[in-house]
Design a protein around this ligand. Structure first.
Ligand code: ATP
Ligand code: MG
Length: 371
């Protein structure tokens, strides 16, 4: 892509911690940023900002005029905003990736088309489709809004037919996806990056623990994961990024279930389960995302050291205490505290993935006193 001048300029849709970490990774490379967001956090005030709604055409045109390429930090950006922008400036990852990941039905269909196992699912456009969904999916099931879900929001687990109907009422009568609730062994994810030329590199598979639908902690590499499953995970994510002609980072969340893996969802962007790469990999997911969207060579995704990551949710703990833990690195997003909100994360490098549990317990001992 022809860059205007020597210093590339990247437009960010959204102004949260992912944009903040992209900024922090891009600055040493001379990348400059402009963010567009409806309510930019004061936390990212060091980034040039256009404060406007994603539907504001004049603001989108202004952003397109000020940058060489636009990327996004959430799959909940309105698709028509991204399609409008794409007529004026390159968008990476391509709008098609957003379309697939922003609708749980399209996402599941993509898995099915690519022969990637996923939980049985059915579309529910109205209450008249609940019985059919029950037949396809079985119980227990989970109802999820097709759009705008994150951190477990817009979901309800159903153990009976009655709960399915009350779940429909509770979720507000919007189009839903019903899927089987999987009694998985554990959750894992793989973060991949794909270049303009179609080169794909993967980071180590991580083991993830979610609480109340929100990611709590990650260990990378996932302890005791069979080499075949690691290979299968990279095959699956490779199929997805190739099918979408993806450029940039993409995360695939999976359940380890029985002898195999089931895809849960994709995020066509840098991902919380890849935050450990800042200290734990040769090139962080944030730098590699920028390298990919700017048409630069990808950096090595090799792991420097096994690592653990703990999210700080709701309340900010005493940073002095956290930094006293050997190997710990703190990332504070400087966001306003609110229950259930991700405010920061701690990464610690460890000797082995098995040591990761003890390190996480030590960090949690500190963080939980504030949570
Ligand atoms: P994210 O913040 O990852 O985008 P999300 O709100 O889009 O979250 P999911 O990833 O679909 O939601 O679900 C959040 C968590 O809920 C999962 O990581 C998993 O722990 C649990 N979960 C979701 N679907 C299922 C399922 N079918 N079976 C078992 N557990 C599930
Ligand atoms: Mg998820």
């Amino acid at each position: 892509m022809p860059l205007r001048g020597n210093l590339p300029r990247v437009g960010l849709l959204g102004a949260g911690q992912l944009g903040r970490m992209l900024f922090l990774a891009g600055t040493p490379l001379g990348v400059r940023f402009v963010q567009l967001a409806p309510e930019p956090e004061a936390a990212n005030e060091f980034i040039d900002t256009i404060a406007a709604d994603f539907t504001d055409r004049a603001a989108l045109r202004e952003l397109a005029g000020r940058v060489d390429v636009v990327t996004y930090e959430s799959e909940n950006i309105p698709l028509d905003a991204v399609e409008f922008l794409a007529r004026h400036v390159p968008i990476r990852p391509p709008p098609g990736a957003l379309a697939a990941a922003g609708d749980r039905w399209a996402e599941k269909d993509l898995f099915t088309r690519l022969d990637i196992p996923t939980a049985p699912y059915a579309r529910v456009a109205g209450p008249h489709e609940l019985r059919n969904a029950l037949e396809v999916v079985g119980l227990p099931a989970v109802l999820k809004t097709r759009r705008l879900g994150y951190d477990g929001r817009g979901q309800t687990v159903c153990r009976s037919e009655e709960e399915l109907f009350s779940g429909w009422d509770r979720l507000g009568g919007v189009p839903l996806l019903c899927e089987r609730w999987i009694g998985f062994h554990r959750e894992i994810s793989i973060v991949a990056v794909r270049s303009h030329a179609g080169e794909v590199r993967c980071y180590a598979v991580s083991e993830n623990v979610h609480e109340h639908g929100i990611l709590r902690s990650t260990i990378a590499p996932a302890p005791d994961l069979a080499a075949e499953l690691t290979a299968i995970a990279s095959t699956y994510v490779g199929r997805i990024v190739d099918a979408m002609d993806h450029v940039g980072v993409l995360a695939l969340e999976m359940f380890q279930h029985g002898d195999g893996l089931m895809a849960n969802e994709i995020a066509p962007r840098v991902h919380n389960t890849g935050h450990w790469t800042i200290e734990g990999a040769e090139t962080s997911q944030f730098e590699n995302h920028l390298r990919a969207i700017l048409g630069w060579p990808l950096g090595s995704t090799a792991q420097r050291s096994p690592a653990v990551m703990l999210n700080v949710i709701g309340e900010t703990p005493d940073i002095t205490e956290l930094l006293a833990v050997p190997g710990a690195h703190a990332h504070v997003y400087a966001k306003r505290p609110r229950a259930g909100r991700k405010l920061g994360h701690i990464t610690a490098l460890v000797q082995s993935p098995q040591d990761g549990q003890a390190k996480l317990a030590e960090l949690r001992g500190i963080v939980d006193r504030f949570g």
